[in-house]
Design a protein around this ligand. Structure first.
Ligand SMILES: Cc1ncc(COP(=O)(O)O)c(C=O)c1O
Length: 392
């Protein structure tokens, strides 16, 4: 049996080890230590934003950004259903209602026309997702947000280092949420950050992440701190931030590795009929947090997954069902319009292994597995008909 090919691998090296050892052996500041500040400074410089406020996850970053914008009870927030559930859950956590809008057919991000239709007097924010590491139609969404006065909070969890026509994702909206979860472009295990140019929003996120305290100086201060609002403890620890610093040093290489692997994989799949790789064509730079293909309706996705699994190659559906069809959401009457593109796309996407060090022979194996699966999948569908309808 050949070696297995996982969906992702964590790109660690001795720089990560050295930073982690340094954070531990300093013997103090394991909570809010010097690496947290260094990581935040590094993120600000890399992205070209005024403030990066780290937290313990991308989900928390979304909650913190919404909270900082004053979103809460009685508000509506427009989100895609074609996303990881955290985008919508964050809205519910602050007491607001997610209103699902449909996505564009090629980009798979929020459709600006659908968002325009969904805006109501209760809309308190729009939270577009940049799926898989590629930009959604963020410029049009930013125009819409500006015209309507609704804050735009980018869910850039998957898109660190990507851009929309040269504009870095995460810097276009009023604020953005980043994720540093283990499978992301810049991994720290768990972690996240809110980035913004707005001083007031940054201060509010800082207070939210640390018990509503007015100042970050707690462990070094003689007094108990001044508490000016409701907050919690969702800080990033120094150890996690130390890995963030070493990952950030090499993130350009990590992105280049992903883009190289994606290009090779797309070339290897070019002659497989019925398989369309997701691209950022015409919109900007894709960083391939996920390498995802869309299968034609006459290809049975399960057959492709099986063919890959037989060859010890992982694959995963990101995402099915759309959030609005999950058990956690489908019984809620949120008043959202139907989502035909989401319904269609969720049934046909499949993410293949992707990481910066994916090797040529692995790429060839993945392509061969997809090819075999598509051939088998096409035969299955022509016997039973697309989506289980009997064919003649
Ligand atoms: C689009 C999107 N939003 C939010 C999140 C949440 O990030 P985290 O896992 O760091 O909480 C993720 C992570 O998987 C994501 O893919």
């Amino acid at each position: 049996m050949s070696d297995s090919i996982p969906l992702f691998e964590i790109p660690w090296d001795q720089r990560d080890v050295a930073n982690a050892v340094d954070s531990i052996t300093r013997g103090g500041y394991w909570a809010n230590g010097p690496y947290v500040e260094a990581f935040e400074d590094g993120l600000e410089e890399y992205l070209g934003v005024d403030y990066a406020v780290t937290v313990n996850s991308g989900t928390t970053a979304l909650v913190a950004a919404l909270t900082a914008h004053g979103v809460g009870d009685g508000d509506e927030v427009i989100v895609p259903s074609f996303t990881f559930i955290a985008t919508a859950n964050a809205v519910r956590f602050v007491g607001a209602t997610p209103v699902f809008a449909d996505i564009q057919r090629e980009a798979y991000g929020l459709d600006p026309d659908a968002v325009a239709d969904a805006i109501s007097p209760e809309t308190a924010a729009i939270v577009p997702v940049h799926p898989y590491g590629a930009p959604c139609e963020i410029d049009a969404l930013a125009d819409l947000a500006a015209d309507t006065g609704v804050p735009l909070i980018e869910d850039a969890a998957e898109a660190f280092g990507a851009d929309y026509r040269g504009q870095t994702l995460g810097t276009i909206g009023d604020a953005a949420a980043l994720s540093f979860c283990q499978n992301k472009v810049l991994p720290t295990g768990e972690g996240g950050a809110v980035v913004t140019d707005d001083d007031d929003i940054a201060r509010r996120v800082e207070r939210y992440r640390s018990h509503g305290r007015a100042s970050d100086e707690y462990f070094d201060s003689a007094d108990s701190g001044e508490y000016v609002g409701l907050g919690t403890n969702v800080r990033m620890s120094d150890l996690v931030a130390s890995i963030g610093c070493s990952q950030l040093e090499k993130v350009d290489d990590l992105i280049a590795g992903r883009r190289r692997a994606a290009e090779q994989l797309s070339t290897a799949l070019a002659d497989v009929r019925g398989v369309e790789p997701h691209t950022a064509a015409g919109r900007g730079r894709h960083v391939y947090q996920l390498y995802t293909v869309t299968l034609e309706p006459n290809v049975d996705r399960a057959a492709v997954i099986d063919a890959l699994a037989e060859r010890d190659i992982a694959s995963k559906v990101y995402w099915e069902p759309g959030v609005h069809r999950t058990r956690a959401y489908r019984e809620r009457d949120d008043g959202s319009d139907p989502l035909p593109v989401t319904e269609d796309v969720t049934g046909r996407v499949l993410s293949l292994p992707m990481h910066p060090e994916l090797r040529s022979h692995e790429i060839d194996r993945i392509a061969a597995g997809v090819r075999a699966g598509v051939e088998r999948g096409r035969a299955t569908v022509s016997r039973i008909g697309p989506r289980g309808t009997p064919s003649n």
